[in-house]
Design a protein around this ligand. Structure first.
Ligand SMILES: [Zn+2]
Length: 259
């Protein structure tokens, strides 16, 4: 019991640290900057952060969300992003326990976090991200088929259905409005997500993504942080929906069928 809790705390802290590192990736990679040099610094005044100004979550709170030198605001996005990193890894651990399933689930949680955060800031998915996502998903797929005796076609139908659905949206919008509403990366991302989830739980991912996306986007518009014309990022909400379906999908389906 004590060990379980200690491990839970450790994994949560690791989630904070990874999210903090991904925050650096999200800021620097789109500008073609190195992720190791220079050291973390304030974007406004260039003040190099001391170690205690660079602790995930805590530093943001102690600094009051501002640079110590020039008092420029540190975007709250990164604070929320770090919390999300620790929270999601913790939830995956609570659900799967210390197991091979948790190993796959936690690694996939991290890549979903990276995909969602990167897309939120840049509106793109790097090829390397979905390739890692695909590799991890195939690994888990093989484990579930060979060791856990899951039904293989459940997952393939999931991939075809979710990937096909988003491909259809892309094609229809292109034919009618001549606009690319979805990137090819988004469609591939959803096909891999379908392979990860299986056909029974893909709908949960889409429903969660839609609800959370609507609430947050409408709140941002209401708070005048965004106007109606701003593009809506689909991918971050889908990444969250995929996470929820991955961790709780089976429980939710059992609840619906059983209840
Ligand atoms: Zn500063």
């Amino acid at each position: 019991m004590v060990l379980t809790i200690l491990l839970g705390v450790l994994f949560t802290l690791l989630g904070f640290v990874f999210a903090s590192f991904f925050g650096v990736v999200i800021c620097r990679v789109p500008n073609g900057e190195s992720i190791v040099k220079p050291a973390s610094h304030c974007d406004s005044c260039g003040h190099v952060l001391k170690w205690y100004e660079n602790i995930p979550i805590l530093s943001y709170i102690f600094l009051g969300g501002k640079c110590k030198e020039c008092k420029a605001r540190i975007p709250v996005f990164f604070f929320i992003y770090e919390i999300l990193g620790g929270l999601t890894i913790c939830l995956a651990y609570v659900q799967f326990g210390l197991s091979i399933n948790f190993l796959f689930a936690s690694l996939i949680t991290l890549i979903l976090l990276l995909i969602g955060g990167y897309d939120y800031k840049t509106n793109t998915i790097l090829d390397i991200f979905w390739i890692i996502f695909l590799a991890l998903t195939i690994g888990w797929f093989v484990y579930r088929i060979v060791v856990l005796n899951h039904v293989w076609w459940h997952y393939l139908v999931g991939a075809a259905a979710l990937g096909g659905f988003f491909l259809l949206i892309k094609v229809v919008f292109y034919l009618i409005k001549k606009v690319d509403v979805l990137g090819t990366g988004d469609v591939i991302f959803m096909a891999v997500a379908g392979l990860l989830l299986g056909y029974k739980t893909i709908l949960i991912a889409v429903v969660v993504a839609s609800i959370v996306g609507c609430i947050i986007e409408l709140s941002l518009i209401a708070a005048k942080k965004k106007d109606r014309e701003s593009p809506i990022p689909f991918c971050p909400y889908l990444a969250l929906g995929v996470f929820v379906a991955m961790v709780y999908g089976e429980s939710i389906v059992n609840l619906i069928i059983g209840g």
